[in-house]
Ligand binder design. Sequence first.
Ligand code: UD1
Length: 420
Amino acid sequence: MDKLVIEGGIKLKGEVTVSGSKNAVLPILAATLLTDEPCIIRNAPALRDTNTMLKILRSLGKNAEFDKGIVFISSTKHANFIADYKLVSTMRASFCVLGPMLAKLKKAKVSLPGGCIIGVRPVDLHLKGIKSLGADITVESGYVLAKANYLKGNYVYLGGVYGSSVLATDNVMMAATLARGRTVIESAACEPEVADLAEFLIKMGAKIKGHGTPTIEIEGVKQLRGAEHTIIPDRIEAGTMMLAALITKGDITIKNIRFEHLGALIDKLDEAGASVMKTDSSIRMRLKNKLNAINVTTLPYPGFPTDMQAQIMSLMSVTPGISVITEKIYPDRFMHVAELNRMGARIQREGPHAIVEGVKQLSGAPVMASDLRASACLVLAGLVASGKNSVSRIYHLERGYENIEEKLRGLGAKIWREKE
Ligand code: UD1
């Protein structure tokens, strides 16, 4: 296993280009199961999670090639309807093969994804939605078995205890494209990645309206065709790079972004003292004067993303004053607190809140990544800490950040990989 070693204290400067969105490419790849025709997906990020989804598609009877950011998908004659535990358990997004497989093959057997370090993460909303389209669902030996001779459009309310669900919206929307009649999803997730999936489905011939809003309407069609699509930029990678600029008091121009996807984050960074210069598809990020403590609450889109919570905590840990960070999506997503404290941060957890008292300096220490975004938080902390910092278990980072070391090195960071 590899670890990342970082020598902190360098102001990062220069330009960096953001890769395609992880959370958009995964359901879009799953959507190719809705057709027998070939599909081409561009701007796909080379990530461990992308490869996992390609393996799942192959196991379900697709040919899947990935070359220089382009995925080519075509069908073999052997469609399989069982998504195996070994693959699904490594990545929760795999569960969104359920909707398209059921719609296309009339049956699907998909392993339950299980919990993960950031919380219990149930799939009740996925199952409720698919059931209301008329599927017969049973759960047996860790697998969900869904059957339906045909799916029937319906009114589906997808609000849960913590708000809307991104992948449940994806799953139900995909299933509904081939259902008979009209489906209305209420309390649908509004994330740009859901809207990107809808755009791809529309290119495949689906009839969808209202994506990007809490009410999505889908008029079922008989069949879908192959399509080409370019994945939107990864707003979480863009946000992480913005924080790299601020935490190192550097000056970074981040290219290939969609400004409109970053509203809540930019608003908070502005409050924290950032100077934000916007051009067509890039943003220049640096510090105006000094950093200010801020309070942040994570919420479903367009609120502040939970996937940026750990990274903003790194920034606040070296910002004078007290910041309160409240996690409303995954109340247990605080594994990074103890690791940041090992580097000298002063953070106290109180239920879904983290109270952060900014310190003058973090110090490098061996720390352990617990999940994808916590890894990014520890890398950011390492960029500003004194001495050497090493982050182990970086396979988490490889799940969601394409070439992160090369990109940071290109901005002047001293960061390299070593065997543990
Ligand atoms: C997606 C993202 C993930 C992000 C999360 C929240 C992908 C591949 N992953 O995950 O990066 O952190 O959205 O923005 O897009 N819930 C239920 N029942 C369900 C489903 C979800 O109670 O059936 C709860 C979850 O436990 C959580 C909340 O709803 O508290 C939101 O989760 P959800 O939007 O479903 O997350 P994912 O789609 O799994």
